[in-house]
Design a protein around this ligand. Structure first.
Ligand SMILES: Nc1ncnc2c1ncn2[C@@H]1O[C@H](COP(=O)(O)OP(=O)(O)OP(=O)(O)O)[C@@H](O)[C@H]1O
Ligand SMILES: [Mg+2]
Length: 362
């Protein structure tokens, strides 16, 4: 029996992470005792955990002490903070967790939710393809950006998830109005924006698991559709409703290079977002020591449909986190077969589709 604390279990990623571990109990000789924490008073009802516990927000001074207390009272051996905001503070305070003997398998704090401009500089200096980007300091920089980079451009907040405050802008006037409105309404000041080359191509993802600098396994996919796209300004609403696995050497090699640029010795789960430029060449818009929302769901779906626990990425992560050997020889890239579609929509379950085969996985 493995005794685990998972935080943020009510979020979509957290629910899928727990679901993946419960599948392991059906497929392998494993048992988990899971304490799950969640801030949201409603979503805490979703995950199949043994003990549910409400925590304050990650920014509250009682967040870390609450986790330490739970670890002690339930004799927990491993801590997995799922949402990146929670993973970042846990990584910052890792000494406190090591003191109570709980295992962690986390990237260093600077790898988690880095600012977009920090990423851009790291990637560019390591020759990883990135969209040309300018960090705005004044409204005049917007004119300069259009002169230098052309039109249209993509403007967004320098930090935050879900494409925060992003917008495709055709002219300096549009960009200035966007900055003005958002600073007037108190969301972000001008110095909190970047503006960059607009990438019109394929919306791509590279997800990877690393251990002490070694790539354990990875897979790539293409996002096809986002939910509620028609009621958002950019059409990008965070996590896709339809995506498919791809085998693409260029995406794999750029993805690996992006993670290595962020940290030459990566340790934990790392996600990369890429998008095709006007010539279809993938450029990196984000590299982050975080779990993409659907990463555990892909693992769950593939493991369930093919009866292969080695596809269950949450399980690979837990085994490595417990310092256990993996019993399978895994491909470093292209973990999953290609051309599989993961189709999901609120209240409609989850479908995996490959050619004429349709599996209802949730
Ligand atoms: N320069 C760009 N041109 C066009 N689209 C872009 C550009 N940069 C980002 N996007 C789109 O916006 C999406 C979100 O961007 P990105 O992943 O960089 O931001 P994020 O805030 O970290 O989002 P999330 O937390 O959801 O991953 C990308 O997957 C991509 O589809
Ligand atoms: Mg992203």
């Amino acid at each position: 029996m493995k005794r685990i604390l998972v935080t943020g279990v009510g979020g979509i990623g957290g629910v899928n992470f727990i679901r993946s571990l419960r599948l392991v109990e059906e497929q392998c000789y494993e048992k988990f005792f899971i304490v799950g924490t969640e801030y949201n008073i409603y979503y805490i009802e979703f995950p199949e955990v043994d003990v549910k516990f409400r925590t304050p927000k990650h920014s509250d001074e009682n967040f870390i002490p609450t986790l330490v207390k739970l670890i002690k009272s339930y004799s927990l051996e491993f801590l997995h903070p799922h949402p990146s905001s929670e993973a970042k503070v846990v990584s910052e305070f890792r000494g406190l967790f090591e003191d109570v003997g709980v295992k962690l398998y986390l990237p260093r704090p600077e790898d988690i939710m880095p600012s977009k401009f920090y990423m851009y500089e790291k990637l560019k200096s390591n020759n990883v393809p990135v969209p040309e980007t300018i960090h705005l300091k004044s409204m005049d920089d917007i004119d300069e950006a259009f002169e230098k980079l052309g039109s249209p451009l993509w403007i967004r907040a320098i930090s935050g998830a879900g494409g925060r405050l992003s917008l495709k802008v055709q002219s300096p006037e549009e960009a200035k109005m966007w900055v003005k409105l958002n600073s007037l309404q108190g969301r972000a000041k001008i110095e909190e924006f970047i503006i960059q080359e607009y990438l019109p191509g394929r919306d791509l993802v590279f997800d990877s698991l690393w251990f002490n600098g070694e790539l354990i396994t990875s897979y790539a996919r293409e996002r096809i559709e986002y939910p509620f796209k028609h009621i958002s300004l950019t059409g990008i609403t965070g996590t896709p409703s339809v995506a498919k696995t791809i085998h693409d050497d260029e995406v794999n090699s750029v993805g690996i290079a992006a993670v290595k640029a962020l940290n030459p010795n990566p340790h934990g789960f790392y996600s990369v977002d890429l998008r095709g430029d006007v010539n279809g060449k993938p450029k990196v818009t984000e590299v982050d020591g975080k779990w993409h929302t659907t990463a555990p769901l892909w693992g769950y779906s593939m493991a369930k449909v093919y009866g292969k626990p080695e596809y269950n990425i949450a399980y690979l992560y837990i085994k490595l986190g417990f310092n256990e050997k993996l019993n399978w020889s895994l491909e470093r890239v292209n973990l999953f077969p290609e051309e599989h579609y993961l189709i999901r929509q609120m209240d409609s379950g989850v479908i995996l589709k490959f050619n004429e085969n349709v599996w209802r996985v949730v």
